[in-house]
Design a protein around this ligand. Structure first.
Ligand code: HEC
Length: 143
């Protein structure tokens, strides 16, 4: 009886530890530069194509697919992401993402976040492509 209780406690703590890991850090410390107010307030995801955004996120974006850092599940735990300081944004973290508008995302994807792994995509993605990937991220990962 006692042994099985210990065993269940161990299993539970393993499960909690692994799910906390899989979910990425939340809330995240966020020092990303704010977009200018007129861009932060923009939202052109209405007519954007989330399927195309998914293709960019998972494989087509240059220089690297977003998922390499932001993770298959948008939790910021991609193969390259885990080692980066600051960590890539965890899009599944509502506490952090409540302050990140569509326009803010657009601005950082386009211009990058200087001094971090988040590079500018203005030379490799057209504005429409960026709205497509913003739509994919917001409709798939952001809660
Ligand atoms: C090499 C790793 C890497 C790749 C590839 C990458 N990112 Fe990031 N991304 C980061 C890091 C690191 C941050 C956090 C930057 C910071 O805190 O200043 C970030 C932050 C962000 C943010 C948060 C903006 C904010 O204001 O909080 C968005 C949105 C984003 N990335 C989208 C993307 C998209 C879309 C792609 C693919 C087109 C992409 N990222 C590719 C590393 C990456």
């Amino acid at each position: 009886m006692k042994k099985s209780v210990v065993f269940i406690a161990l299993l539970t703590s393993l499960f909690v530890a692994s799910s906390a890991f899989a979910a990425g850090t939340c809330p995240q410390e966020r020092k990303t530069k704010p977009a200018p107010a007129n861009i932060a307030g923009m939202d052109e995801t209405g007519g954007a194509n989330a399927d195309h955004g998914k293709a960019l996120y998972e494989k087509d974006a240059k220089p690297m697919a977003c998922k390499q850092c932001h993770g298959d599940n948008g939790d910021g735990m991609g193969k390259l992401g885990a080692a980066l300081k600051p960590n890539p944004r965890n899009f599944t973290c509502a506490d952090t993402m409540k302050d990140v508008s569509a326009g803010q995302m657009f601005y950082i994807i386009k211009n990058g976040s200087t001094g971090t792994g988040m590079v500018a995509h203005e030379k490799t993605l057209k504005d429409n492509d960026i709205w497509d990937v913003v739509k994919y991220i917001r409709s798939t990962f952001v809660k």
